[in-house]
Design a protein around this ligand. Structure first.
Ligand code: ASP
Length: 422
């Protein structure tokens, strides 16, 4: 009993890691005793259940967190003064991070390390989802250069929200809805805004409940990966290269990109910035949550970097959900990795969709540990990659999450320093 309690009270990331290890062992044992069918019938469905729950929460999460984020901007005049510049900078930073991630993923090709035989086995296992989804995604690409307008603007919001691949349409509606609410006197829309505050708390609770199921989900998915790849260990060396690629990308953003921006576009010296930020980065690293780190970030930005309170109180809270350079860069590498392992050859327009989706979905990623899992399932679905492929990366995600959270909070502080300039 005592032991069981100890296990349940272990930090979630340790439970997930344990889930991964047990899943690998279960898969290997199943291969050894030729019980693959048992894994397929009795274990894999739990992993699929986990993925389904992540997908289930995606549309309401994006909608509610975006509306709450936008209505939190208080009034349009404040929004246009500070908001325009802040959002533009966030947008540029995220785009740079995603392009960088895609570039690295395409050059390093971590997924290519998987043995072709193992890749073929896994592709066989996912064949039905692969073909069905890839065909749907490909159909979208036959409609000319302006097709993205159609992809972004829905003609029916109920229809749009009924398919996770239409996430951009839900984002469009949420932004329009939020902006309209901002344009109406606060007293009139107050009940709706209060409602969204409450809904946001509920949805965040649901996300943590679902992520709490991750250890079992990862165990099941990992067992399936091992049996599907017939125990070929090349999947794990590919996973190692993937992790190294993500770590290298995070370190480059943190120690090359941001310092250069600070040097050339703010009144601070690199040394001053690093000295102010390293405790915040450490805090973000240990908690893996930009939301939890927010007060620490704000304190450092106002007290150590002397950014005005007005700017800090707007830029940092918005940045927690909107600006996630580390997460966006990691997501693009993760998507390319999963595509490479599962043998999905992404064409140019699919890569552009990954870019668009990753940039925009960064707007709705919650700043909590593993917050990007939900969004990852959406982006994968939208380019026709089976979301189950996430099993590959989830077991080793925690250290990468810690690093990308440090990058995320640093990015918010960099933008605060830049906005405070004028
Ligand atoms: N943990 C990250 C954050 O809070 C989000 C994620 O990438 O999962 O910033």
């Amino acid at each position: 009993m005592g032991k069981r309690n100890k296990l349940l009270s272990a930090p979630l990331y340790l439970q997930i890691l344990l889930g991964m290890i047990v899943g690998i062992i279960v898969g290997l044992v199943a291969l050894y005793v030729h019980a693959e069918a048992v894994v397929q019938d009795w274990i894999t469905p739990w992993g699929q259940l986990f993925i389904r729950m992540l997908q289930l929460i995606a549309v309401p999460l994006i909608f509610i967190s975006l509306v709450k984020g936008i209505t939190g901007l208080k009034d349009v005049s404040k929004f246009s003064k500070l908001g325009g510049r802040t959002l533009l900078l966030y947008f540029i930073f995220i785009t740079v991070a995603v392009v960088f991630g895609i570039g690295l993923g395409l050059i390093v090709k971590p997924g290519a390390l998987v043995d072709p035989a193992a890749a073929a086995d896994m592709q066989d296992a996912y064949r039905s989802t692969l073909t069905e989804k890839t065909i749907a995604a490909e159909q979208l690409h036959d409609e000319g250069p302006l097709r993205f307008l159609k992809v972004i603007v829905p003609d029916n919001i109920i229809a749009a929200s009924s398919n996770n691949a239409n996430m951009l349409q839900v984002i469009f509606f949420a932004i329009l809805f939020g902006l309209a609410a901002l344009m109406i006197p606060r007293s009139v829309v107050k009940p709706v805004i209060d409602l969204f505050d409450g809904l946001n708390d509920i949805i965040m609770k649901m996300v943590s409940l679902i992520i709490g199921f991750a250890p079992i989900g990862v165990l099941a998915l990992m067992a399936a990966v091992v049996t599907d790849s017939k125990g070929n260990v090349s999947v794990f060396s590919a996973l190692g290269l993937y992790a190294v690629t993500v770590i290298a990308a995070m370190l480059m953003i943190m120690f090359i990109f941001y310092p250069l921006i600070i040097k050339f576009f703010s009144k601070h010296s690199i040394k001053e910035f690093i000295r102010a930020m390293y405790p915040v980065q450490l805090f973000a690293f240990t908690t893996s949550s930009s939301a939890v780190t927010l007060p620490v970030t704000m304190k450092a930005v106002t007290e150590e970097l002397h950014v005005s309170e007005d700017v800090t109180s707007f830029v940092c809270p918005v940045g927690v959900t909107v600006n996630m350079d580390g997460t966006s860069c990691y997501q693009s590498i993760a998507i390319l990795f999963i595509a490479q392992v599962l043998g999905v050859d992404l064409n140019f327009s699919q890569i552009m969709t990954v870019l668009f989706m990753t940039v925009l979905s960064s707007l709705g990623t919650p700043g909590i540990p593993g917050g990007s899992f939900v969004i990852l399932t959406l982006v994968l679905t939208s380019v026709g990659i089976p979301a189950e492929g996430m099993a590959l990366i989830m077991g080793i995600d925690r250290p990468l999450d810690m690093l990308r959270t440090s990058v995320n909070v640093t990015g918010d502080a960099v933008v605060a320093c830049m906005v405070d300039q004028k």
